[in-house]
Ligand binder design. Sequence first.
Ligand code: GDP
Ligand code: ZN
Length: 380
Amino acid sequence: MTKGKKKKDKASRRGLRKTRKTADRGPAREKRWDRQYREGAGEEIHAPFERIVSRRDRRQREIELAREILHEKQFEAAGELPPEAVEGIIVEVLRGGCIVECGGQKRRCMLRGLLKSLETQEHNVIAVGDRVIFLPLDDGTGVIERILPRRTILSRKYMEREHVVATNVDQLVIVVSVDAPPLRIRLIDRYLVAAENGGLVPIILLNKMDLAADDSARRAMQVYPGLGYEVVFCSAKTGEGLDEVKGSLAGKNSILAGQSGVGKSSILNALQPGLHLQVAEVSKTTRKGAHTTTGVTLLSLDFGGYVVDTPGIREFALWDVAAADLPFLFPEFEEYIGKCRFRGCTHTHEPGCEVRQALQEGKINPDRYDSYCRLMESLK
Ligand code: GDP
Ligand code: ZN
């Protein structure tokens, strides 16, 4: 039973990895949103969801199903879209509304009545990152008519309920620094696991290269490209590698993770000097009398793409990873899983373990294996 399930997990994981690498991101934007939703998007929603939810969490799956029904409902009940309706992206969620960005302009929007009634049942129907169809009004505000299907969901558990932090995020940008704070390889592995579990493509930025006294930091990164993880060496101070960082962020929705002080804000500021000013402006003009409900915002990048800006990013260190899933989140284990002597081998101490055999033969990096054991221990 366990074996069968595992095999399936592995197979689906493989399929999805492939999709992630080869498929272009999202279909070309069509004007006929309804048709796009009904005909094309079903497939698109399912696969990423499978990766996002912890595979064992049945309740989570139920929530996803409820949400799919919600999407059906909104299309059934809503009728024709007014011709003036346009597509935008939610960059901030407020009490009783949100800020939608469209063509570089931000606009305060309310949810239309039908969506509002769903909201009370569903808790948060909209989240930062949602693509929506809204009707612009003459007074500068707007009404949200539709919420388009979500590609990915980033959530955390809050008081036993799923709390959606952001949607449609493509990649997790893991920022670490050569020094101040010192480089912590174990933390990188933790974030990589979180990214794999959440269906996000991870990218590692090693910042503060100007502080590197020797090449030990560079050497510590050597293992990652071979595992399919992109590493960019940069310095927000000297500008080294920032063009490459820009290239990695352009056109994608990213979330930055990393200890405080590694230089996340400095990197963003160096890439787009006006970024923080822009954020300050938004709060002045649009937050009047309304409090943000999540504190999560989406920063729009001049060169294309968005960055999710959230306080308490470190809480995302491990998104609901089940111990049984952990081996599947280390890509280098993939070819050995299922070949061990014992079913349900945890690859930590069992005899006849193929993963440990591979470790002994030097096919698996010992530091990565050490990270795996520590993570496994913490999940018990
Ligand atoms: P955050 O907490 O991750 O957003 O980090 P900050 O962007 O606030 O940076 C923390 C400190 O590191 C600040 O004093 C920055 O000036 C400094 N810093 C950021 N990037 C670099 C870099 O590439 N080299 C050096 N030497 N210092 C940097
Ligand atoms: Zn094993």
